[in-house]
Design a protein around this ligand. Structure first.
Ligand code: GAP
Length: 441
């Protein structure tokens, strides 16, 4: 089985990701995040927020998904700039983006293909009871437009001075022609965007600064250096608003692909929204008396793409297993070596056996206590070795085993996911010990 198939299978089997509306045959390019996927996504978003909040002059925003259609007219998303070129096979009717075809025939069946035609990616809906052109609205295709149209609101209400940044996490929608590679390209996804407003003369400096910060974020969360690279995007490939664009690329099982874009959007957004709305969105510098459109440096990453990269990077298979003393030596063991701050479950509580009520009672008490502090799992089914492997497969950082000794000594063993080292600790010190072990600077 190919690596990507193995990851998809793990995600389904262990409650990370399910195809949307699966009992009705699925719904193309849309996925649901199960209990563990929810936790992992939440942890990624929290890690991003934490890193952003460490910076100076950054404020958050939570703008609506629906916006006045005029916003998308002004931003250029309703015109050719935000369209893919669609090519269809005349025989099997499969559809492709123009850049996906290396030659002028269908990659699936070899059939003749149509001429490319422009296909806008904005998702349409209607607002109000009547469905016509005047009630047509769009689901946002990028979260940042909510930031630009609130530029004055945010700056004035928070008394901000240039340079400053606005961060936002939220859903975005694109009517992708060909969603593919699992959650890599979907029609509904979440973005984490940071828009940095600065003086035009400082734009290059901040572009470099944010590029460094964003790369560091991936490294700090354990992404292997050899699996990350940056690509300077040439002019002809850049988004319509970008003066300069760098893609942070990850080496996915299906090749190098963008996970995050860093853009110098210049004054495109504030200038165009000024022109179309009639509001003056220039910044007035009280000290220099200069009035200008700030430049925007943007960092933009999809939560799901990022999650896919973290999963791919953490996934390991150990042929014959890590424990040489048990039957597992004949099996392939899966280990999900996620960074401790990302792991969906931090601690699993395991009574050594389930047919001794005192052990189960004690284990359940500990589970109840730890749930107040950490995301926890409780598991009493199967041999202890099998339970360790079940936890390793979902990246649980520590397994706690309560054995007969625990009843006498009021202690338990903590097993480390990565080293499998076991340590006995007193239960009265447990919460503090785990807090210390799970601490992230
Ligand atoms: N505001 C800038 C912007 O939206 P983008 O390069 O179009 O730029 C930024 O998108 C990031 O959003 C991408 O690097 C990717 O992580 C994510 N993204 C974009 N389209 C996506 C899709 N169809 N499915 C999943 N993630 C997507």
């Amino acid at each position: 089985m190919k690596l990507v198939q193995k990851i998809i299978s793990l995600c389904k089997r262990r409650g990370f990701i399910f195809p949307s509306s699966e009992i009705y045959g699925g719904f193309g390019g849309v996925y649901d995040f199960g209990p563990l996927g929810f936790e992992l996504k939440k942890n990624i978003k929290e890690a991003w927020l934490k890193a952003m909040r460490k910076e100076e002059n950054i404020v958050p925003l939570d703008a609506a998904i629906l916006m006045a259609p005029a916003v998308w007219q002004a931003s250029g998303h309703l015109s050719a700039g935000f369209a893919d070129e669609l090519i269809e096979c005349k025989s099997c009717h499969k559809r492709f983006k123009k850049e996906e075809l290396k030659e002028e025939k269908c990659p699936e069946c070899g059939g003749e293909v149509t001429e490319p035609r422009k296909f806008n990616l904005m998702m349409k809906t209607f607002v109000g009871p009547v469905e016509n052109e005047t009630t047509t609205a769009y689901l946002r295709a990028e979260t940042c437009q909510g930031i630009y149209v609130n530029f004055l609101n945010i700056m004035n209400s928070m008394r901000l001075k240039i340079p400053f940044g606005v961060i936002q996490i939220g859903k975005a929608f694109r009517n992708e022609i060909n969603p593919k590679n699992f959650i890599f390209r979907t029609r509904e996804f979440e973005q984490m965007e940071m828009e940095w407003f600065c003086h035009p003369k400082e734009a290059n400096k901040f572009f470099d600064y944010w590029t460094t910060q964003r790369i560091k974020w991936y490294y700090d969360l354990g992404i292997k250096k050899e699996n990350l690279r940056i690509r300077e995007v040439p002019k002809e490939e850049r988004a319509h608003y970008a003066r300069r664009q760098i893609d942070i690329e990850y080496r996915f099982p299906f090749g190098w692909k963008e996970i995050e874009g860093i853009h110098n959007r210049g004054d495109w957004d504030l200038r165009t929204h000024s022109k179309h709305s009639g509001e003056d969105l220039r910044y007035f510098d009280q000290d220099t008396k200069e009035k200008y459109f700030p430049f925007i440096i943007e960092t933009s990453v999809g939560v799901e793409r990022c999650l896919f990269a973290f999963l791919s990077d953490a996934y390991q298979e150990i042929e014959g297993g890590r424990t040489k003393t048990t039957k597992a030596t004949k099996e392939i063991e899966i280990l999900l070596k996620l960074h401790k701050s990302l792991a969906p479950i931090k601690v699993a509580v395991l009574p050594l056996v389930r047919n001794k009520s005192e052990l189960v009672k004690k284990a359940k008490e500990i589970y109840k206590l730890l749930k107040l502090y950490f995301s926890c799992d409780y598991d009493e089914t199967g041999s202890i070795g099998r339970r360790y492997r079940r936890q390793d497969e979902i990246g649980t950082v520590f397994c706690l085993t309560i054995d007969f000794e625990s009843l006498k000594q009021n202690d338990l063993t903590i097993r480390d996911r990565d080293t499998m080292a076991q340590e006995r600790v007193k239960i009265e010190n447990l919460v503090e010990i785990l807090k210390e072990k799970l601490k992230v600077e």
